[in-house]
Design a protein around this ligand. Structure first.
Ligand code: GDP
Length: 199
């Protein structure tokens, strides 16, 4: 793989509220997914830097927005994932308010990478993210991750079905299959990010 801009990513800071975010300028791309969908593995593949995604897994940081800078004007925002069913309501509300405000108010946010497990696409969490994104007219790029777990034809079938299922949204939505484990789909992901970041 060629060395990419994304390998320059450096941990910037973690924030608990949008008011702590850096000045709203330049371009930010956010990444989100249900826990275990493989968000950290995708970040590892993209940046080729295991240290970065480890930041997001640090106890105490999993509920924060973790920012990684590519340069002065370009950042990746690792949004807190959504855990399994039994989340205390207060935490659920805090999470919802943080994500909702971030998506709604962050002017420099140009796109959202939504990571799903290809075997369980479009769960309630994913539907909520798509709905909020469409309300903000935010572009979304869906990664159907863990494609290595399916045959190629089953993966394409899910790709087609998911594409159809999201076609009613008015905001731009692109979808690809991905395997963070095998490094498959990284080029396509980078092309989408390059377009948003104006590289
Ligand atoms: P996160 O909670 O969304 O950050 O998910 P992780 O990146 O920690 O991944 C959750 C689990 O899925 C780990 O055991 C990973 O090794 C595994 N995983 C992540 N991506 C892939 C993939 O593309 N293929 C397979 N087979 N496993 C994956």
């Amino acid at each position: 793989m060629n060395k990419s801009h994304y390998q320059q990513a450096q941990f910037l800071l973690s924030v608990a509220t949008v008011s702590q975010l850096p000045t709203d300028e330049g371009v930010e791309i956010a990444i989100i997914g249900r826990s275990n969908a493989g968000k950290s593995s995708v970040l590892n593949q993209l940046t080729q830097n295991k240290k970065l995604a480890r930041v997001s897994k640090t106890p105490g940081r999993t509920q924060l927005i973790n920012l990684f800078a590519l340069d002065e004007q370009r950042r990746l925002a690792d949004l807190p994932g959504y855990g399994y069913a039994k989340v205390p309501p207060a935490m659920k509300q805090r999470w919802q308010a943080l994500i909702d405000t971030y998506l709604r108010d962050r002017e420099c946010l140009k796109g959202l990478i939504l990571v799903m497990d290809i075997r369980h696409p479009l769960k309630a969490f994913d539907q909520a993210m798509l709905k909020w994104s469409s309300q903000c007219n935010l572009a979304v790029h869906i990664l159907l991750n863990k494609a290595d777990k399916l045959t190629q034809s089953a993966a394409y079938k899910t790709l087609r079905e998911t594409t159809t299922a999201v076609s009613h949204y008015a905001n731009p939505i692109t979808i690809q299959t991905f395997s963070a484990l095998k490094g498959k789909g990284v080029k396509e992901l980078r092309e989408q990010l390059d377009a948003w970041f104006c590289y």
